[in-house]
Design a binder for this molecule. Structure first.
Ligand SMILES: NC(=O)c1ccc[n+]([C@@H]2O[C@H](COP(=O)([O-])OP(=O)(O)OC[C@H]3O[C@@H](n4cnc5c(N)ncnc54)[C@H](O)[C@@H]3O)[C@@H](O)[C@H]2O)c1
Length: 312
């Protein structure tokens, strides 16, 4: 536990922690995956707008520099790839993106996609594929661990709500098809219920409509366990961010969107939320890095060969 209140000193201590960890564990390379509590809601401010202003903010103890930003700063300053597992603003600021590029360090975030949002990004692409209309999607999560306790505080919940909120818009695009998806009532709730402990229960009620506007409903009750769903993501991210660093990929790693509720992209790009598109992007990027052919699922070569073989 760090006791200083001065942000520059805290960052100095984090830089020393990183260096000491590397020496103590005889590591050649490190990756930092941040998985601490959800912070109160922050919006990007002037102090986040450039690296110079951020460093000035550290010196003047600017209250808009959140703890997770200091961890990210220390990691990136040390050239250590950094991932943001919580829904915090953290990496989504120009100052840290600038530092990542300056030190040739990969970054990825944010908010692990593990429970209800994972289900959402599995089901919604199916509804889209079959052109089923959606009138409403009500999601409620009941959880009993400390994450639930922290999210019971409105300022912290707001951070999570924003991170979860954009997922459907990206998949069921109301602008492309206003008749089917132009007016979706999307509501997300999280309730802290201590008896569940680290178990989590997600309830989804989806109001859909089909041919001739016929109304139907889907109910999903996902009984899951938070840590079991999140731990493999942490391991994958450690390996892939280390790979990214070795492959000299710096800055935002959009190909890792597969793991996130709110994937980080360049400001002018729309994030991809559809789990299957994210998986294809992940697999193709790995193939690209290995110099292998990309997956297109076209399959024409195979049939052409069969026809050629048959003609002999
Ligand atoms: N399935 C999952 O576990 C999952 C999925 C998606 C997102 N998340 C997010 O990951 C975060 C952590 O979730 P959790 O269930 O592990 O919570 P948790 O309460 O079990 O653990 C959080 C830890 O962070 C520590 N912490 C808080 N502030 C810190 C700080 N400033 N510096 C260092 N450590 C600090 C706490 O002491 C605690 O040990 C939350 O934001 C949560 O919403 C978790």
């Amino acid at each position: 536990m760090k006791t200083h209140t001065d942000k520059s000193t805290l960052v100095e201590e984090l830089l020393a922690d990183i260096e000491n960890f590397k020496i103590a564990h005889n590591c050649d390379r490190l990756v930092m995956v941040w998985w601490g509590s959800t912070e109160i809601y922050h919006e990007a401010q002037e102090v986040h707008s450039s690296l110079a202003k951020f460093e000035e903010g550290l010196r003047t103890n600017d209250p808009d520099i959140a703890p997770s930003m200091m961890y990210a700063y220390a990691a990136l300053k040390s050239g250590v790839p950094f991932a943001m597992g919580a829904p915090n603003l953290c990496l989504d600021i120009p100052a840290l993106e600038e530092l990542a590029l300056l030190t040739n360090t990969p970054i990825a975030g944010k908010d692990f996609k593990t429970g209800q949002t994972l289900m959402k990004t599995i089901v919604a692409p199916g509804l889209r594929a079959r052109a089923l209309g959606v009138r409403g999607w009500f999601s409620i999560n009941i959880l009993g661990n400390r994450d639930g306790l922290v999210l019971d505080v409105p300022e912290n919940f707001k951070t999570k709500e924003v991170s979860k909120g954009n997922v459907l818009d990206g998949i069921l695009n109301g602008e492309q098809n206003p008749e089917l998806w132009g007016d979706i009532h999307h509501k997300v709730r999280i309730e802290y219920y201590p008896p569940l402990g680290d178990n989590k229960e997600g309830w989804d009620n989806i109001d859909i409509f089909g041919w001739m506007g016929y109304q139907m409903q889907i109910k999903i009750n996902f009984l899951c366990r938070d840590s079991i769903l999140a731990a493999p993501i942490v391991l994958d991210l450690a390996l892939f961010l280390d790979l990214a660093k070795r492959a000299e990929l710096a800055g935002i790693q959009e190909w890792l969107s597969f793991y996130w509720k709110a994937p980080q992209t360049l400001p002018e790009l729309e994030p991809i939320h559809d789990l299957f598109k994210q998986l294809e992007k992940l697999e193709n990027t790995l193939r690209y890095l290995m110099g292998e052919e990309l997956i297109t699922n076209l399959g024409m070569d195979y049939y052409q060969n069969v026809e050629e073989d048959a003609s002999y």
